[in-house]
Design a protein around this ligand. Sequence first.
Ligand SMILES: NC(=O)c1ccc[n+]([C@@H]2O[C@H](COP(=O)([O-])OP(=O)(O)OC[C@H]3O[C@@H](n4cnc5c(N)ncnc54)[C@H](O)[C@@H]3O)[C@@H](O)[C@H]2O)c1
Ligand SMILES: O=C/C=C/C=C(\O)C(=O)O
Length: 486
Amino acid sequence: MQQTKVKPIDCLHFIDGKFVPSLDGKTFDNINPATEEKLGTVAEGGAAEIDLAVQAAKKALNGPWKKMTANERIAVLRKVGDLILERKEELSVLESLDTGKPTWLSGSIDIPRAAYNFHFFSDYIRTITNEATQMDDVALNYAIRRPVGVIGLINPWNLPLLLMTWKLAPALAAGNTVVMKPAELTPMTATVLAEICRDAGVPDGVVNLVHGFGPNSAGAALTEHPDVNAISFTGETTTGKIIMASAAKTLKRLSYELGGKNPNVIFADSNLDEVIETTMKSSFINQGEVCLCGSRIYVERPAYEAFLEKFVAKTKELVVGDPFDAKTKVGALISDEHYERVTGYIKLAVEEGGTILTGGKRPEGLEKGYFLEPTIITGLTRDCRVVKEEIFGPVVTVIPFDTEEEVLEQINDTHYGLSASVWTNDLRRAHRVAGQIEAGIVWVNTWFLRDLRTPFGGMKQSGIGREGGLHSFEFYSELTNICIKL
Ligand SMILES: NC(=O)c1ccc[n+]([C@@H]2O[C@H](COP(=O)([O-])OP(=O)(O)OC[C@H]3O[C@@H](n4cnc5c(N)ncnc54)[C@H](O)[C@@H]3O)[C@@H](O)[C@H]2O)c1
Ligand SMILES: O=C/C=C/C=C(\O)C(=O)O
């Protein structure tokens, strides 16, 4: 593995403006998924650290943060975005060390988008207006917004900085204070983000960070704490159910971005080269560890063989390996546990009658690190677990279809409803099919093209609520309607 001049960091909590260890000094090791070597240690927080962080956040609600004008808050948020860009190289290396993703990816997507999340929401604040309603000559109603209060932000390990800033920026823009709980597998960029917030002028106690695990650890403590007013959670659907039960005890407001098993529907009239170019990304980018990945590919029968031939050939060309090598297209999966989970599904696919057209194995010469060849599976039916369950790795199934009705019925037959892609040059079919797909986000002739003003989130068991633009402010603020008798 190539050496980098940016060195990994040990990770402390960030509470009330200071980096601190756990009260009991507990730590856990941070492992590099590409080498299986120790990167450093991470303070392991629990209920005690969460309480310190929540009390600091609660106090900060009525401190300098509350007195800041919108323009002052905007200036601080813009500065956070600027400092992320200033430290882009460092953040990109740390993100790739933590996740195993190629540095060209963290450097071109994760980190720039993290900065943009802050720049976008610092601009977006200026567009927020509140409603007023005139009741004849009887009364005048007007709504005012105020922060929800202390928000818990709980995030997964696949796009650590992108997803934490996707929550943090609007939460701060709306005047809240927060406690961040990053995934235990990817602690480093969240730690730098806390430092950047401090350096940008975010007052002490407004942004807090507690590292730790989920169950019986910092994560669970955050969802149970009575002084936490809301939780924005991104992660597995199963975890979402557990958090909902825990948050119910204190009736916390919840925003959920959960799992998916997203269809990629390719009609025979589409431009196959264009389809393949994007489908390579929607199938395998970030090692397939993106909630929006199109892991269920459906191809209209007349194009099925031609698609498979090109798709398999292109997939075989993908370089798997060192995240710091510019040639690498697919890095390491996040952990040994996740590696076993993903390879377990590949074994299951064969048991379920599937055929592995390419991939499915550890690449030659990569004895260390959680590396897996990108994998294409055919021959499975809709009732197979590999077609129904989220795998969250570089593994896709390809299934032919004959009619619109048939493919729509198949793709909607799932408890997920996050995203989908549809490929066709028939405009009416594009609108017709997209409108019948049970998903929060449908891309037509593209994938992962994002306008942050749009509603982002899933339906069914892929999420609750939407974030993005005004939708974020609806979650991160409370409205009061004031009625004045005339
Ligand atoms: N919809 C989206 O926008 C989106 C985006 C990224 C990832 N995801 C989903 O996230 C999953 C992969 O991420 P993951 O493995 O980190 O998910 P996960 O649910 O295992 O963990 C996510 C976070 O929740 C914490 N957590 C776990 N159990 C908890 C508990 N009982 N109480 C409080 N916190 C708890 C973890 O420590 C981590 O910080 C996939 O299912 C993927 O689809 C969804
Ligand atoms: O893995 C999931 C990716 C989520 C992406 C976003 O939340 C976004 O683009 O705002």
